[in-house]
Design a protein around this ligand. Structure first.
Ligand code: PA5
Ligand code: MN
Length: 193
């Protein structure tokens, strides 16, 4: 059977949020996210300063891409902003739209922004000890609103797939920016319905 794998376990340091072993590490830098931050001038200004900061990384324990298995890993998002918008993940719908997901906050503080193709928006805070359930059909993006690294564990069906294209083209209806030193959820000025 091509999808048969043996049981295994990995160590997760619950104090630091560091996953001790993983099959793949993905590093996402600002130039990978050009189309995702709303303030394009701020993106270009930052990149022109010859700085291409790491925005987030994930440490993935993926399984065969077939029904029944679960992928899991840890995402860490650095603290920072592009213009007034906090560092965040790209965000996506699952290609297999029925696929849901669980996040468990490990360190730092942030917001999980979610939306449906029918125009609903919702959000949840995420921090150490908080479990966020992302149901089927909801796109999700995580935003680090704290001054330290935000890290969380994720678990989802390994055949879920990622639809980044819809978010690349339309964006999220709501974004999180800093206003007078505090995180504020506002309408995305460049959202396409
Ligand atoms: O599957 C998830 O939702 C997470 O593992 C994310 O993939 C991870 O946080 C990185 O975000 P994105 O896939 O939107 O780049
Ligand atoms: Mn997901």
């Amino acid at each position: 059977m091509h999808d048969f794998i043996k049981p295994y376990s990995v160590a997760l340091d619950l104090r630091t949020g560091i996953l001790k072993s993983y099959k793949k590490k993905v590093v996402v830098k600002l130039d990978d996210l050009r189309e995702f931050f709303y303030d394009k001038d701020a993106v270009e200004r930052t990149l022109c300063r010859a700085s291409n900061p790491i925005i987030y990384e994930y440490y993935d324990n993926f399984q065969p891409d077939v029904k029944g298995h679960l992928n899991f890993g840890v995402t860490t998002i650095n603290p920072g902003k592009i213009g007034s918008e906090y560092y965040m993940t790209r965000g996506h719908y699952h290609e297999e739209q029925c696929a849901s997901e669980i996040y468990v906050g490990l360190k730092g503080e942030g917001i999980v922004m979610m939306q449906t193709k029918e125009g609903l928006s919702a959000h949840s805070s995420i921090c150490r000890g908080k479990v966020v359930y992302i149901p089927s059909f909801w796109a999700h993006r995580t935003i680090n609103t704290s001054k330290e690294k935000l890290s969380f564990l994720y678990v989802y069906a390994s055949d879920a797939g990622h639809d980044y294209e819809t978010i690349r083209q339309k964006g999220f209806a709501k974004i999180v920016v800093e206003k007078q030193g505090l995180p504020k959820i506002i309408d995305n000025p460049i959202f396409i319905e």
